[in-house]
Design a binder for this molecule. Structure first.
Ligand SMILES: Nc1ncnc2c1ncn2[C@@H]1O[C@H](COP(=O)(O)OP(=O)(O)OP(=O)(O)O)[C@@H](O)[C@H]1O
Ligand SMILES: [Mg+2]
Length: 294
């Protein structure tokens, strides 16, 4: 069945790597290696279908959350005076909605990457790291202000980066959201962008609660949450594992320094356009490549 689907897709010039592999494999003589590889391919195809289904589900959940945002806003602003107790409950509702929304966004991003890579459509292009950082700060400024935290930027002029701007934006968002989550009122968060040889350096510094030394080696693991959570454990522990995944895809590097009660600094290096040759040409947007040749 896989082979039939694959032959049809090939005729339509589809590039789904799993189906293409299934067709190529089916042309080999039948032997134990082929049987084993066919089982692996069938499994990969199933995972791909699951990722597509999850992506659809995540979209639906996001669409379901949007009207809730409006309803909470309406309740807070227009339903007459609210008591201190009601205000507290509305705040909790809003916080939980934000957390669900962010987790779903992370899930969507991972599923999008699985789809793009499976379909051979993953393309890197030129982008401005400073602009993405600026957009991220603009998105979280109000939240920082509401919590009495200063969120500021120091953006030095940089050459273009080469990468997937949507994933890079998720990297910045995740670091800023974490910094906000772990920095109490009166604290500061600084987002820095600067050139670093053939790389671009993104640094997010906060004056928050810090990360205990025993947690540091594990914070990039999927679903790992440290012991420094104030009260209720918030989130799911996928933010930093996504950051690591995105950084690896870009052949970048990441580092974290932290001191309890003083704050945390994340340093991420991502390739500038001068490293474009390090990436498979099929994975780079043709216009970006043409621009490079010109
Ligand atoms: N800026 C920070 N300051 C202090 N601790 C942090 C900071 N960033 C991350 N951590 C620690 O690392 C853990 C893992 O972070 P990660 O972003 O993966 O998960 P999360 O924020 O708990 O949940 P999610 O991102 O899924 O909402 C956090 O639970 C926290 O213990
Ligand atoms: Mg997080």
């Amino acid at each position: 069945m896989l082979r039939q689907a694959g032959e049809q897709l090939l005729e339509q010039r589809h590039t789904n790597v799993v189906l293409v592999a299934a067709v190529q494999l089916s042309r080999l003589p039948l032997n134990p290696f082929r049987r084993k590889a066919e089982r692996a391919i069938a499994q990969a195809y199933m995972l791909y279908q699951q990722a597509k289904m999850l992506a659809k589900l995540s979209h639906d959940i996001l669409n379901f959350i949007n009207p809730q945002t409006l309803a909470i806003e309406e309740l807070a602003q227009r339903c007459g005076p609210v008591s201190a107790d009601q205000k507290k409950h509305l705040k909790t509702l809003w916080k939980q909605k934000d957390l669900i929304e962010e987790s779903i966004r992370d899930l969507l991003e991972l599923e999008r990457l699985v789809e793009l890579r499976m379909e051979g459509k993953w393309r890197m292009r030129g982008y401005h790291l400073g602009e993405l950082a600026q957009a991220s700060i603009a998105a979280y400024e109000a939240k920082a202000k509401g919590r009495g935290v200063v969120l500021e930027a120091a953006l030095s002029p940089c050459p273009d980066g080469i990468g997937d701007p949507r994933s890079i934006r998720r990297i910045i968002d995740n670091l800023v959201i974490n910094a906000l989550k772990f920095t109490p009122t009166g604290g500061r968060i600084l987002v820095q962008v600067q050139p670093a040889g053939a790389n671009l350096r993104l640094t997010v510094i906060d004056t928050g609660v810090g990360i205990p030394a025993e947690d540091l080696p594990r914070i990039f693991d999927q679903f790992y949450q440290g012991s420094n959570h104030p009260g209720l454990v918030q989130g799911t522990g996928i933010g930093l594992s996504n950051v690591k995944e995105f950084v690896n895809l870009h052949k970048g590097s990441l580092r974290v320094d932290s001191e309890l009660e003083h704050g945390t600094t994340f340093v991420i290096e991502l390739p500038s356009m001068s490293r474009v040759q390090e990436f498979d040409a099929a994975m780079v947007d043709p216009e970006t490549l043409a621009g490079k040749a010109a």
